[in-house]
Design a protein around this ligand. Structure first.
Ligand code: ZN
Ligand code: ZN
Length: 316
């Protein structure tokens, strides 16, 4: 199973500013000053020594993650990252035929829905879309987003074949050889995590969740749900201090992610839902703090922690 990140920002699309790009260029130039970059090959070599975020961007689009096998395409959330996913699918399928996608909704706040009106495959009659939501009245919510007062094109103009599946909390969906289970998360208006299992491997998409002040039994349920997963995609919007200050705002931090992931024997922890006000340096700083926290508190743990960034692809 392949996991690809199309939107990793939380709350609001947040493209990098000119000043932030300038900071990165300055940093690269500083290192270039004492390196031999006299040929194209040497310049490529020089750049390859940097992490992707240092010479590129973590990404400003809101939540959208793809999980796919050879014959099944799952999409988690429809944030602004869905636009690029749609463009990619159009390109990929122009020679391969129709698009069939299964879309699972974490919740219906703007940052998880706003990409859908720009998802070009949804305008094609030969596209088949299946929507799965635990929230009630999902179709009404989708329609409301495209009310003429807010968007010029209504849902009915989007010609794809649409199927809406109201799913139960804690239920399991089977799509081809994939199993998708869900659990409710603590977030204003509720959100839901999904665990996808394929050929004995699994990945969990668990963004928009707060774990402060939850009863022990509830924490135990989460640890159980995340137990042994190969990849936990986790809401790390806040620093630890912010998390304490912003009670009931519905988000979490990388440090809480580390605690939960270690307890649940997770193999890789992918941090997403980055705060719109944080630039890539700040997000990377939060990653470093989380790695240090893991080393100090769980020295025997093999947990790998990384930043979910746009375009990143992971094989599970
Ligand atoms: Zn969100
Ligand atoms: Zn939300």
């Amino acid at each position: 199973m392949k996991v690809r990140f199309w939107g990793v920002r939380g709350s609001l699309p947040s493209p990098p500013t000119s000043d932030q790009i300038r900071q990165k260029i300055l940093r690269v130039l500083e290192k270039a000053a004492c390196s031999d970059i006299s040929s194209a090959i040497k310049r490529e070599e020089f750049l390859s020594k940097f992490d992707n975020w240092e010479v590129g961007v973590i990404g400003g689009n809101t939540s959208c993650v793809e999980m796919s096998t050879n014959d099944t395409l799952l999409i988690f959330d429809m944030g602004s990252g869905m636009k690029k996913l749609g463009d990619y699918l159009i390109k990929k399928h122009s020679s391969e035929g129709n698009i069939l996608a299964h879309i699972f909704i974490n919740h219906t706040h703007w940052d998880h829905m706003q990409g859908y009106p720009f998802f070009v495959p949804a305008y094609r009659p030969n596209t088949e879309l299946h929507f799965y939501a635990v929230h009630e009245n999902f179709l009404d919510r989708l329609n409301a987003q495209q009310d003429f007062r807010f968007f010029p094109v209504g849902l009915d103009i989007m010609a794809a074949q649409k199927h809406f599946h109201q799913i139960e909390v804690n239920s399991e969906q089977i799509i081809n050889d994939l199993s998708i289970k869900n659990i409710e998360l603590h977030h204003p208006g509720k959100s839901f995590a999904y665990k996808v299992t394929h050929n004995g491997r699994s990945a969990v998409y668990a963004t928009d969740a707060e774990y402060n002040n939850l009863p022990k039994e509830r924490m135990f349920e989460y640890i159980n749900f995340y137990e042994g997963t190969d990849l936990l995609i986790f809401d790390a919007q806040y620093s630890f201090i912010e998390e304490i200050q912003k009670v009931d705002w519905g988000h979490s931090s990388a440090l809480v992610g580390v605690d939960i992931a270690v307890k649940a024997h997770v193999k890789r922890l992918g941090l997403v839902h980055h705060a719109p006000e944080n630039d890539d340096f700040e997000i990377h700083k939060l990653l470093n703090i989380a790695c240090e926290y893991r080393r100090n508190n769980y020295p025997d743990s093999q947990l790998e922690i990384f930043i979910g960034s746009e375009g990143l692809e992971i094989e599970i």
